[in-house]
Design a protein around this ligand. Structure first.
Ligand code: ADP
Length: 447
């Protein structure tokens, strides 16, 4: 096993990785920007290296500085967390070229899944159903029109290199097709330096259901069940739960097994998430995320497993310590992403935490790097805490979540806690009856 791991991230996920390492007896190296000198992950790590200025380009995205920090601290492996360099195939390759282990999949798999057309083809070949759409890139207007005629409207023009909901345009009628393609192309060129597009049928009321995968380097693959991440605003997930209220045990296990089988065919190693849209009883692959997800704790809560520990073990070449049959799913878990944002309009609300009290008690988990006096910086993502609650069933989970949200004190800045309190009081949410557009409809009702 590794003796020392460098954590190439910040915030709650850096702390999450540090905790797993500590329990495994692995020393940690925290890297940080000058803005994060007082951060909790820096305070708790065994060693720390300041790698640059507040702006991520000079620090958390600065591959050279991170590799230098790994070299001077004698770390053997680098855990990228999520965001920043976690899905950068060139970075993963550089890490390996410099003699460190990248705690994640191979650079080839990161590259494959980062290209949405290639990912779609790989998924199809591995036996997964995909959203009806173009076979490969769409170059011309004529080509787009022919495909549109085949699959019908509304459709979605998507950027091959897209991510975070950018480079995507909904098209309702043939008249808008050209304009939508131009907008999507320009956005994708600006954001990703690649304007290549493809077309998919637009599903009007799907649910976002994803399968957590864990695979070792010896060909063993398991799935850890599904997560329902349909509560989204502008394609950003805000609440996640497991299992999905839309599936029963049989349909959940079936899609899980299919995803695990596909992962095995692709030859993937590490944790990964296969994302599907689910509508009218049918699943459609949309993408695979080749990293640890923000919402991984809901899976951990129902499986009783430490995903970060397993991720580190498989990166060190160890075989999975359990088979699919040995994985037991227990109860229900929900995660609320708490952001430093004004709950009325979701505008960022950085500032100093004046007072802090995290909820606790049976079945309550808080993944956060906050403390009283901590300065929430405007330089980074506004996610400041994840409240994860586990219950014997969904009802108990909801009751506990209501209680825990009511207990949470984060004074000195706006947070999205009131937003979550509202959502979990909505009848549709209580009944588990929501889709990807449900939140948008809730806000439209306000206007
Ligand atoms: P990104 O990489 O930008 O996150 P995804 O392909 O994962 O893009 O899609 C993000 C979200 O956009 C999905 O969770 C879903 O809400 C919506 N979406 C994507 N494809 C479709 C589609 N074909 N029909 C309807 N909604 C879609």
């Amino acid at each position: 096993m590794f003796e020392k791991v460098l954590i190439a991230n910040r915030g709650e996920i850096a702390l999450r990785i540090h905790r797993a390492c500590q329990e495994m007896g692995i020393k940690t190296v925290a890297i940080h920007s000058t803005a994060d000198a007082d951060a909790m992950h820096v305070r708790l790590a065994d060693e720390t290296v300041c790698i640059g200025p507040p702006a991520p380009q000079g620090s958390y995205l600065n591959a050279q500085a991170i590799l230098s920090a790994a070299a001077i601290s004698n770390a053997e492996a680098i855990h990228p967390g999520y965001g920043f360099l976690s899905e950068n195939a060139d970075f993963a390759a550089m890490v390996e070229e410099h003699g460190f282990t990248f705690i994640g999949p191979s650079p080839e798999h990161i590259r494959l899944m980062g290209d949405k057309i290639a990912a779609r083809e790989a998924a199809l070949k591995a036996g997964l159903p995909v959203v009806p759409g173009s076979d490969g890139p769409v170059e011309s207007e004529e080509e787009a029109k022919a495909i549109a005629e085949e699959i019908g409207f509304p459709l979605l023009v998507k950027a091959t290199a897209g991510g975070g909901g950018r480079g995507m345009q909904i098209v309702d009628t043939a008249d808008n097709l050209t304009q939508a393609m131009n907008v999507a192309r320009r956005e994708a060129e600006l954001s990703f330096g690649n304007g290549q597009l493809y077309i998919e049928k637009f599903l009007s009321r799907p649910r976002h259901i994803e399968i957590q995968i864990l695979a070792d380097a010896h060909g063993n693959v398991v799935h850890l069940g599904e997560r329902d991440c349909s509560l989204q605003r502008r394609h950003q997930k805000l609440v996640e739960e497991a299992p999905s209220p839309a599936l029963n045990e049989v349909s959940g296990r079936k899609i899980g097994a299919l995803a695990a089988e596909a992962t095995k065919k692709i030859g993937y190693r590490s944790v990964g998430t296969i994302e599907f849209l689910y509508e009218d009883g049918e699943f459609f692959f949309i993408e695979m995320n080749t990293r640890l997800q923000v919402e991984h704790p809901v899976t951990e809560m129902i499986c009783g497993l430490d995903l970060v520990r397993e991720m580190i073990r498989v990166a060190a070449g160890r075989p999975l310590p359990f088979t699919q049959d040995e994985i037991r799913f227990r109860g229900h878990a929900i995660e609320c992403r708490i952001n430093a944002e004004d709950p009325a309009n979701f505008r960022p609300s950085p500032g100093r935490v004046a007072d802090y009290h995290a909820p606790g008690g049976l079945g309550v988990r808080v993944d956060s790097a906050l403390y009283a006096g901590y300065m929430v910086s405007p330089f980074y993502d506004s996610l400041i805490a994840k409240l994860i609650v586990h219950g014997a069933n969904r009802n108990e989970c909801l009751m506990r979540l209501r209680r825990a949200l009511g207990e949470y004190v984060i004074d000195g800045l706006h947070t999205t806690i009131p937003f979550h309190q509202r959502v979990i009081g909505e009848t549709d949410f209580i009944n588990g009856e929501y889709d990807n557009r449900w939140l948008e409809r809730l806000f439209d009702r306000d206007e």
